[in-house]
Design a protein around this ligand. Structure first.
Ligand SMILES: Nc1nc2c(c(=O)[nH]1)N[C@@H](CN(C=O)c1ccc(C(=O)N[C@@H](CCC(=O)O)C(=O)O)cc1)CN2
Ligand SMILES: [Mg+2]
Length: 332
């Protein structure tokens, strides 16, 4: 008798489709907000120099903004701008009441201190969530603007219905803008402000020995990898049925044809034969990053509108919300 093993292929998570769904939902909410008498949310991108990838990302952000009803402008700055001049540009945006969201496209040129720049963006307008005060709030599980890629990963996991409560998760990569905040969202208490995912989280990084990386990954119900090492995560490292989210993005040029292609950290063809869910690259996490920026800009604009209300009006809104919550609680 020949026994054939049936291979159950992983469900491919269509990040482009999910991102589009969220943009449509956001458009409805923003239209309603404007109909209620508010001005459209406003996003300003600061782009230093002309790195082709950065220019493409900013262009995609501006396009997404138009789609959802957010006004946006890009400030194109010389790559030779000094740190002090850049700080002045950001200070002007911080003090401009017509601006709700500010993003400084990263990386910034080498002569500029990236941390100092991220910290100079007003916490209220920090739609990238990179200001250290907002990072601190995220680490304390408090309400804040969460970095867009980690927020996109959380939203993907939630929308495909993968259970995270009490599950094992491995984050591969410990960058401060991606790996670390993803680990925060995965492990933290779902009852608190960040609505986190209550998983048991292990963070692996460049000094995790390969055999240990494999051992941890094999135990994981959810793997999120963000290293930029193509092919790092292979089929023999995957627990059958696991959810594999690939945040890696590396451009590889075929020397023979000169053609470039984008790849993630995951050996997609191998891993999809073992995993339960998998994100493709491109078309997985990337489109979610841009969409979460739109979500953050709308949140920032609503928060700023509330802040600019006279105190008695804020009190009325607060009482209205409390009344709303009481009614909601009665229903539950
Ligand atoms: N200020 C910021 N700078 C940078 C961020 C960020 O979130 N804020 N993240 C990255 C770049 N980035 C957005 O800025 C970004 C990267 C990739 C994608 C994306 O959609 N990727 C696509 C493929 C795109 C392609 O064809 O080149 C995908 O994965 O499907 C969106 C945004 C660093 N800088
Ligand atoms: Mg630098």
């Amino acid at each position: 008798m020949i026994i054939t093993k049936r291979i159950q292929m992983a469900k491919i998570i269509d990040g482009t489709q999910i991102a589009n769904d969220i943009r449509n939902e956001l458009k409805v909410k923003i239209d309603k907000w404007i109909q209620e008498g508010h001005r459209p949310p406003q996003l300003t991108a600061v782009l230093i120099g002309s790195d082709p990838a950065s220019c493409t990302y900013v262009k995609n952000k501006m396009k997404a903004a138009v789609e959802v009803g957010i006004n946006s402008i890009t400030k194109n700055l010389s790559p030779d701008i000094t740190e002090e001049e850049l700080l002045q540009v950001i200070d002007d945006l911080n003090n401009d009441d017509s601006v709700d969201g500010i993003l400084v496209q990263l990386p910034v040129p080498g002569h500029i201190n990236e941390r100092r720049i991220c910290n100079s963006v007003s916490c209220d307008k920090d739609v990238d969530g990179f200001n250290e005060k907002n990072v601190g709030r995220l680490c304390l599980d408090m309400n804040t603007l969460v970095p867009c890629t980690p927020l996109g990963v959380q939203e993907l996991i939630r929308r495909v219905g993968v259970d995270t409560f009490g599950k094992n998760a491995v984050v591969v990569g410990r960058s401060k803008n991606v790996g670390m905040p993803i680990a925060m969202l995965l492990h933290a208490d779902g009852r608190n402000d960040t609505c986190a995912m209550d998983a048991t989280v292990t963070i692996c990084h460049r000094f995790t020995p390969p055999e240990e990386l494999k051992r941890y990954c094999k135990l994981a119900d959810i793997i999120v990898t963000a290293t930029g090492v193509p092919g790092l995560i292979k089929a023999d490292m995957i627990k059958p049925g696991a959810c594999v989210i690939d945040v890696g993005l590396t451009r590889i040029v075929n020397e023979a044809t000169g053609k470039a292609k984008l790849v993630g950290d995951v050996d997609f063809e191998g891993v999809r034969q073992v995993a339960g869910h998998i994100t493709p690259v491109p078309g997985g996490v990337g489109p979610m990053t841009v969409t979460m920026l739109m979500k953050n800009t709308f949140i920032a604009s609503k928060n700023l509108a509330k802040k600019s209300l006279p105190k008695n009006e804020v009190e009325k809104v607060r009482q209205g919300t409390e009344q709303g919550n009481q009614n909601k609680n009665k229903k539950n």
